[in-house]
Design a binder for this molecule. Structure first.
Ligand SMILES: [Zn+2]
Ligand SMILES: [Zn+2]
Length: 408
């Protein structure tokens, strides 16, 4: 089985390639035929000959790159089995962003799932992840260390609403990625009953309009006009992560810099970015969800594309699952900064006690023992303007950002 799977999907300089179907999946360089899991720029690139993706992903690519992003396109309908060459291909929801899909590739009795990016946490803006039984599961491991535990995203948006209520004289400026994260934060705010306008930096406008056109209710989301900024005390503004440190943000009344990212679990990362209100909201699985998802697929073998590959591979082996890292380059920047950039920090700050993922039974029941697993010995302080208010004091100093940290 293992050799067959390795024949079904191989590694090329452009990324994962299926010789029997003559296509690449999420290629990082132009190829004749690409299957694309979702619209983030590290997976969906322009310049391919032909792209097969969900209608939403194709539309997102058109919004970002222009209508001529590929010579030809074809819509993949979720759940529909398509024959390509000597294999069949099915797109299945991945729960990551609007239109995101896992790609199931089958030949004979061998089934591989390329999950792309996926998550299990609540997201009102896209279809939830669906586990698919398979022989080989191909997964990312952006947050593949036991220290990464994402809280319920709703608790994080509650924190934001509460902070805005407590400090009506300040503007809350939330850094969030333009595709997916920004709209998820808005949707979660609406679910929590927040009914004031949510103001947008110009860079968030197009994709937010796109989400609304696709039936995601986000309420009133006006664009911030430059002369308006000084008058937005008490309001919430969503902007690209890079903008929270820019002069643009300083024109708001006593701004509270917030950042919605899984990386906000790492205190040093929040400090480095000058973030006063870190919001741990990720569109990727945390450690427990990675482990749980792998077990739910029943895969005998796991390939880890990028991120914390070694830790996840080690855990798979401990569970009797064959595993190997693929060390794919070119993925992983949509969460902000390339994940490797922060590695020394969590490793140094948070020694991970054994690779304590849930055991098979625990993961399946998602019960007990969860809190014992790799509890963060240095939890983030209860962060909020109440504790770290800087008005009249020294503002947090934004540290250097070695890799820029902007949206790719
Ligand atoms: Zn992504
Ligand atoms: Zn990605």
């Amino acid at each position: 089985m293992a050799t067959r799977a390795a024949d079904l999907l191989t590694l090329t300089p452009q990324g994962l390639y299926c010789p029997a179907g003559d296509f690449h999946v999420d290629p990082t360089r132009p190829v004749p035929r690409a299957l694309v899991t979702h619209g983030h720029s590290d997976h969906a690139r322009s310049g391919h000959g032909h792209v097969l993706a969900t209608a939403e992903t194709l539309a997102i690519m058109a919004v970002r790159y222009g209508e001529d992003f590929a010579a030809g396109t074809q819509e993949a309908v979720l759940g529909e089995v398509m024959r390509i060459g000597d294999v069949t291909v099915t797109f299945v929801p991945a729960g990551h962003v609007l239109g995101s899909a896992q790609i199931v590739i089958e030949q004979g009795k061998c089934r591989l799932v390329v999950s792309g990016d996926y998550k299990r946490g609540r997201d009102p803006t896209c279809l939830p992840y669906e586990p698919v039984r398979c022989d080989v599961f191909i997964t990312e491991a952006t947050f593949g260390l036991p220290v990464f535990r994402h809280p319920d995203a709703r608790e994080e948006t509650d924190k934001l609403i509460e902070s805005a209520r407590l400090f009506p004289e300040r503007t809350h400026i939330v850094g969030a990625y333009a595709l997916g994260k920004a709209q998820r934060v808005m949707a979660l705010l609406r679910e929590a009953g927040y009914d004031r306008p949510i103001y947008l930096h110009g860079a968030m406008e197009r994709l937010t309009a796109f989400y609304k056109e696709h039936g995601i209710p986000l309420g009133e989301t006006p664009r911030v006009l430059p002369e308006q900024r000084a008058k937005l005390a008490g309001e919430i503004v969503i902007c690209p992560p890079s903008a929270i440190q820019e002069i643009w943000a300083r024109k708001f009344p006593d701004p509270v810099a917030a950042f919605a990212s899984g990386w906000m679990r790492v205190r040093a990362r929040a400090r480095q970015k000058g973030v006063e209100l870190p919001l741990v909201i990720s569109d990727h699985c945390d450690w427990d969800d990675l482990c749980r998802s792998i077990l739910e697929t029943g895969a005998e073998e796991v390939w880890v594309t990028h991120g914390q590959e070694d830790a996840l591979v080690h855990w798979c082996l401990s569970q009797g699952i064959k595993a190997r890292p693929l060390h794919l380059l070119g993925y992983g920047d949509e969460e902000g900064d390339l994940q490797t950039d922060g590695l020394p920090e969590p490793a140094a700050e948070v020694p991970s006690p054994s690779w304590g993922g849930p055991s098979r039974s625990e993961a399946e029941g998602r019960g007990g023992g969860r809190d014992e697993i790799a509890r963060d010995p240095h939890p983030l302080p209860q962060i909020g303007p109440s504790g770290t208010r800087t008005k009249g004091g020294t503002p947090p100093t934004p540290g250097p950002s070695p890799r820029g940290g902007g949206e790719p």
